[in-house]
Design a protein around this ligand. Structure first.
Ligand SMILES: [Zn+2]
Length: 580
């Protein structure tokens, strides 16, 4: 039961932050939600968190403190269990010898004070109390819940249930049956929760000779998140197979499945794939978080001419827009953002995908199943009979699909798809390779785009520097070859930004936060059509690209370097991969 701070309320009334009626309402609200009163007041917008902290500090004659992540000491956390901290709304954050520093939300809560007194006596500690705001209180609570800590807790429980000293020594044969036991279910759930909270895109569960390694991929980079005892491998695998309707006893061939679950307040889908390896089945969970992929075009990194061209051509009733780039370059995210933008009640949008990564309300999404003959090509034939206005085909990788897509765009449909080529201009020779008639390309293809993903520098801790000579040369060269109207607007002297060594709270020590794409948007205009009809030379196409004012991906990247969005090192690394 929540304790209401009467003295504080009187003070707030006296200072006219609200009247008696509002105070009663807030008290009622706090009680109903079983939430700290001050949190309720701050959420109502009547007083800011920081003003409230200074007012409380004055009123209760206690110092206030801001608790950043690096101030939270784990030996302080160990002195008070998480459940106690959550119940009494105070958190230990620092410990020096026998001094324990505690952040409190409500110093009028006598039960909480009694509990603190008891802890102090019991452990021979002297306690210093500080006023903290609600955000910092939550920050400390979160620290209790590390992935390693929570999984260990589950496994300790399992050891107890099995009556074993140590889970690592349990006989393997006994363990597949425990996959439905609470601790295994919890270990899997906790791992999934942490992966989603840290915005990972994939979870890899990898059996090795003596242990299981769990790695998360976040912003494109893999890192080890957890090491588990090998003995529970089959239980973990079985648990995931049960969730995703896979054959439990089939361990010799790869399987694919999916399942959905609620994490926090979001429904999230997972695509599961298993692979037999030397030390057992490896599992990869692709996290299909519906909110992660759904961003607007400018957030993806589209601006200026690039954004303008897309906005122009998605208004057209027919023709196609093709996006190219290697796997993991963000093509699907761009397509989803476009579809979301043009989705409305009065158009029929049908997609063919492999896999469906994000569910889009109001759009008819269909999952390809190659093994039963439902391919991009056969699917495309079927959906054309479904009276579509707009069609999205996951990928064009064979002649059949290429020709069907071409004819669909010729006959009054707006078609979106992806291809594998190095750059935007490469789309044209690739279509010819796939057997599309030369004379059909310009009338059907509106835009050929290429993209790559770069890690976005954390805005809170990125470091501003002057570029060195070599860097200046690279940037200057890129600017000099840009279309005049873009290059002209750029400053003559510039700063660049680097990733910080240690990161900060904001980016959880990674120095990067999310990703941004660099783009190249090639418009298939009359000039390009002439080149296509007269025999397609790559140099003539490049010439046309220049004439229409196209920025190369690298030049678009340089603009993002100058804006401080990405580092030059990152751009050079990705651009090099692109050129290889
Ligand atoms: Zn940072």
């Amino acid at each position: 039961m929540i304790k209401i701070p009467q003295t504080l309320i009187e003070e707030l009334l006296k200072r006219k932050f609200f009247d008696k009626g509002t105070a009663d309402e807030l008290v009622q609200k706090a009680k109903e939600a079983d939430r700290d009163f001050t949190q309720t007041v701050v959420e109502s917008g009547l007083i800011s968190d920081s003003d409230l902290v200074s007012l409380k500090s004055e009123l209760y004659r206690l110092p206030s403190v801001a608790i950043t992540d690096d101030k939270i000491k784990s030996d302080a956390l160990k002195t008070i269990p998480e459940s106690t901290a959550e119940f009494y709304k105070f958190v230990p954050f620092d410990r020096e010898e026998n001094i324990l520093r505690i952040g409190v939300l409500n110093p009028e809560d006598n039960d909480a004070l009694e509990a603190l007194k008891f802890i102090a006596q019991d452990q021979g500690l002297s306690i210093e109390k500080y006023i903290i705001d609600f955000e910092d209180y939550s920050r400390v609570l979160k620290k209790y819940r590390t992935l390693v800590g929570e999984v260990k807790e589950a496994l300790d429980e399992l050891s107890q249930e099995l009556g074993k000293e140590d889970i690592k020594k349990a006989p393997i044969s006994q363990l597949p049956q425990i996959s439905e036991q609470a601790p295994i279910i919890k270990a899997v759930a906790v791992t999934i929760k942490h992966a989603v909270e840290t915005r990972a895109s994939d979870i890899h569960i990898e059996p090795q000779e003596k242990e299981i390694r769990v790695r998360f991929r976040t912003d494109g980079e893999m890192h080890v998140s957890l090491i588990l005892p090998k003995t529970i491998h089959s239980a973990i695998v079985t648990r995931i197979k049960i969730l995703s309707d896979l054959k439990i006893d089939e361990t010799r061939v790869p399987q694919d499945g999916r399942f959905g679950t609620v994490v926090g307040d979001k429904k999230i889908d997972f695509r599961v794939s298993t692979l037999p390896t030397r030390y057992g089945e490896k599992i990869v969970l692709r996290i299909l978080d519906p909110t992660v992929g759904l961003v607007d075009l400018p957030v993806l990194g589209l601006a200026g001419r690039n954004l303008g061209l897309i906005e122009k051509y998605i208004e057209k009733p027919f023709g196609s827009i093709l996006i190219t780039g290697p796997t993991g370059s963000g093509k699907t995210t761009t397509l989803y953002a476009i579809l979301r933008k043009i989705n409305s009640e009065d158009v029929n949008i049908i997609t063919l995908e492999d896999p469906i990564e994000i569910l889009l309300p109001g759009i008819n999404q269909s999952q390809i199943q190659e093994e039963i003959g439902y391919t991009f090509a056969s699917g495309l034939r079927s959906i054309l009979r479904q009276d579509p206005d707009i069609i999205m085909v996951g990928e064009i990788r064979d002649a059949d699909t290429a020709n069907l897509a071409t004819h669909a765009s010729l006959t009054g449909h707006l078609v979106f798809s992806t291809l594998h080529t190095n750059d935007s201009i490469g789309v044209i020779p690739r279509l010819i390779d796939l057997g599309v008639e030369k004379y059909l390309i310009a009338p059907t293809l509106n835009l050929a785009m290429a993209q790559r993903l770069l890690r976005r520098l954390c805005p809170s801790c990125k470091i501003k520097t002057k570029p060195d000579m070599a860097e200046t040369k690279i940037i200057k060269e890129a600017i000099d070859t840009m279309p005049e109207e873009v290059g002209r607007k750029l400053p003559k002297s510039f700063d660049v930004y680097k990733a910080s060594d240690a990161g900060c709270d904001e980016c959880k020590g990674k120095a990067y936060k999310g990703r941004v794409a660099i783009f190249e948007v090639f418009e298939i205009n009359d000039g390009v059509e002439k080149v296509i009809l007269s025999g397609i030379s790559e140099s003539a196409l490049s010439e046309e690209a220049k004439k229409q004012g196209m920025l190369s991906m690298f030049q678009d990247g340089i603009l993002k370097v100058l804006e401080g969005m990405v580092s030059l090192e990152e751009l050079l690394e990705v651009a090099e991969v692109g050129n290889a």
